[in-house]
Design a protein around this ligand. Structure first.
Ligand code: ATP
Ligand code: MG
Length: 673
């Protein structure tokens, strides 16, 4: 076992070796909070604490995976594998899969992602609004989500339009045996609150609970941690949380910094540890971050310092527009990589909004610089991936209404929208699944004989696929490939694509998906249902780990939390972008400042920030004003560079001369290059 307590400073070691009772680690960026969690797990195991009794929760799949990898490197696969490292959502899924029946859902419930939610809400809104009333599905979605995250149930009395929509939405979800992401949390908390047997079982299972990035927990997540960690018998909870109030960036999702600032009220008499040495960044970078965050009111003041020296000044580059901004970055990274003997993986470009990725991607492609995007949801949002996942889900279990609805007429097989509607109504009336309703005499009497035949053929096909999939020792990925072939899905996909390129891309997405299942089977014994769960959860957040590929990381500021890169570019420091337009209306300027703080503190060795004089937005080029945050930075730490001037300046005489001198010297020594 290779974990060493002397790789920690004093307060870190204190935190690592305090294993019993509540522990609060409140510390700034890059001070080793996440490292403390991993080491603490290692220490616990060395003390004979059982791996299976340890739970570590984080926010993103990426963070959970990274922690698992660090732990494996430290302790070996076998031991590390028994520790539960999970996102909140995956943990809830696991708890609900076991006991959701106690809440009146069926065990094989489906997860509705945002697209599914919007679809359902659209239908409900059409059914619900009176003449003259109006409600946007996306507005309804976010209001409902806010309500759920506050722990509110759907109203009994439908006094307002949104209340009525909320109530119907919740009822329909239940009817479809589906839950949305907010429900995962809400229902788990409800389950643990109302069922002491379930609660105690999990309390017994997890004797030690740890939460990274605790500043981003919302009320429900805090409650969940409480139910898991507090003991019904009153012994002090073994709960350790780490967080940084300056990095709270999920206020819009209901996160409450007060959870960390008032930790003591929820878990009395905690050991409190402060970490102040930053091990990540140079002082130029760290102090730039410090001067910025000082402008936020209501924060716990911190004294962060780094032993890494001053390093290069932080650069602030002004570009004429977003294309030149992107070109400059792609070009410079290629150059720095070659000259500095660096890897593309040493660089990251951080941005506020997904739309900013487009010009960056283009520039990277043009210059042949490999990159990977984290934060874009393109892969899992694509319809072919969703369709094919629905095929898999239906093969596994045809009672999955949401999945069946998606593929019942894709490709077209003569089952009309009207028939489906009738079947749905029957399923609601009879409280059965759509699949069962489709087989009922009562339905068949009301539709054409051709439709009955079409239904019959499809049901027979689903049955046959299910049988094949469940044959003993069968190669499931292979079977699934055949199923997609046989379904005629590819032909339909090709027909519906604008051109051959698009068709190829979509087909290759499908192959990637099956390949993903193969890889999943190698690492896990969850089978197809485990894979489908993992896929559903993956669509959740900003992190798409599918592209483990190599290259420069293009990443949203939100997704960059907890990560670090040697060289960072932080783009689009303009009013309206960062701080975002919305923040002014919503009074969340402080949160935007924290977001920039998170971005700056990702950089280890160099940081370049950029802004443009004009940017392509809302379908046209609009002039930009530099971000008001720039004024808050310490000018002594920053070097300003005007890209336009830089490009128009001829190479200085001295530079030319010295280049000739170098060439001559090389020739004289006969060294060639
Ligand atoms: P963030 O606030 O961004 O989540 P963090 O507080 O979780 O940061 P870590 O990611 O754990 O910080 O650590 C930052 C970097 O410092 C990592 O590269 C880590 O390995 C290194 N580090 C932390 N503590 C030490 C130490 N005692 N000795 C050497 N390196 C350390
Ligand atoms: Mg961290």
């Amino acid at each position: 076992m290779s974990f060493r307590l002397f790789d920690l400073n004093d307060p870190q070691r204190h935190a690592v070796t305090t294993t019993e009772g509540p522990l609060l680690i409140l510390a700034g960026a890059g001070t080793g909070k996440t490292r403390v969690i991993t080491f603490r797990i290692g220490y616990m195991l060395s003390q004979g604490i059982e791996a299976a009794s340890i739970l570590a929760v984080t926010f993103t799949n990426k963070a959970a995976n990274e922690m698992r990898e660090r732990l494996m490197a430290m302790l070996g696969k076998e031991k590390a594998g028994k520790v539960t490292m999970s996102t909140f959502h995956a943990l809830c899924m696991r708890i609900l899969r076991q006991d959701i029946e106690k809440l009146g859902y069926k065990k094989n419930f489906t997860i509705y992602d945002e697209g599914d939610q919007t679809g359902l809400l659209k239908k409900i809104i059409t059914r619900t609004v009176a003449i003259g009333e109006k409600m946007e599905p996306n507005v309804a979605k976010s209001l409902i989500s806010k309500a759920k995250n506050n722990g509110w149930n759907a109203p009994q009395e439908e006094k307002t339009l949104i209340g009525a929509i909320f109530a119907r939405y919740q009822a329909d979800l239940k009817q479809l045996n589906a839950v949305d992401f907010d429900d995962l949390l809400l229902l788990t908390v409800k389950l643990l609150a109302e069922h002491a047997d379930v609660r105690q079982r999990w309390q017994k299972r997890f004797r030690y609970v740890m939460v990274d990035e605790f500043q981003d927990t919302n009320r429900l997540q805090l409650e969940l941690v409480g139910y898991l960690a507090k003991r019904d018998d009153g012994t002090p909870p073994n709960v350790a949380v780490v967080g940084d109030d300056d990095q709270s960036i999920y206020g819009w999702r209901g996160a409450e910094v007060s959870n960390i600032l008032e930790f003591e009220t929820h878990f009395p008499n905690p050991t409190v540890v402060k970490l102040e040495q930053n091990y990540r960044s140079t002082n130029s970078i760290l102090n730039t971050a410090n001067t910025l965050i000082k402008n936020n009111p209501r924060r716990r003041p911190k004294q962060l310092w780094s032993g890494k020296g001053d390093g290069d000044k932080v650069r602030l580059v002004m570009a004429p527009n977003d294309h030149e901004e992107a070109d400059f970055i792609a070009g410079e990274i290629a150059k720095r990589k070659a000259e500095g003997n660096l890897r593309y993986e040493d660089f990251a470009v951080l941005f506020r909004m997904n739309a900013q990725a487009r010009s960056l991607e283009q520039a990277f492609q043009e210059k042949g610089v490999p990159y990977r995007i984290i934060g874009g949801k393109s892969f899992f949002d694509s319809r072919e991936v969703k369709d094919v996942l629905s095929y898999f889900a239906c093969t596994l279990n045809a009672d999955n209404d949401a999945a069946l609805l998606r593929i019942i007429n894709t490709p077209p097989r003569g089952i009309s929208e009207a028939t489906v509607q009738k079947a749905l109504e029957l399923s609601i009336k009879e409280k059965c699944s759509l699949f069962q309703a489709l087989q009922k005499e009562e339905l068949h009497q009301g539709i054409t004989p051709r439709a009955v035949t079409a239904i019959h053929e499809f049901m027979t096909q689903l049955d046959a696929w299910e049988t094949k999939l469940n044959e003993p020792l069968v190669n499931q990925p292979e079977v699934l490939r055949k199923i997609i072939d046989e379904s005629g899905y590819y032909d339909d996909l090709r027909r519906s694509c604008k051109n051959g390129d698009e068709a190829l891309k979509r087909e290759s997405n499908i192959r990637d998906l099956v390949g993903g299942f193969e890889r999943y089977l190698e690492k896990s014994d969850g089978g197809l249902s485990g894979f489908l769960d993992a896929m559903a959860l993956r669509q959740d957040k900003d992190d798409d780990d599918k592209e483990k590929g190599t290259g420069v990381t293009l990443i949203t500021l939100h997704a960059s939390k907890g990560l670090e890169f040697p060289h960072c570019y932080l783009v689009g420091l303009e009013e309206g972008v960062l701080p975002h337009d919305r923040s002014k209306l919503e009074g969340t300027l402080d949160e935007e400042r924290r977001l920039l703080y998170v971005g700056i503190t990702r950089a280890q060795q160099t940081l370049t920030m950029t802004y443009c004089y004009s940017r392509f937005r809302y379908g046209g080029s609009i002039p930009c004003t530099p971000s008001s945050f720039i004024k808050e930075l310490d000018p002594d730490l920053i070097e300003r560079i005007d890209l336009k001037k830089l490009m128009n300046t001829p190479v200085a005489d001295t530079a030319v001369k010295s280049r000739f001198a170098a060439m001559r010297a090389a020739l004289e020594t006969g060294g060639g290059r």
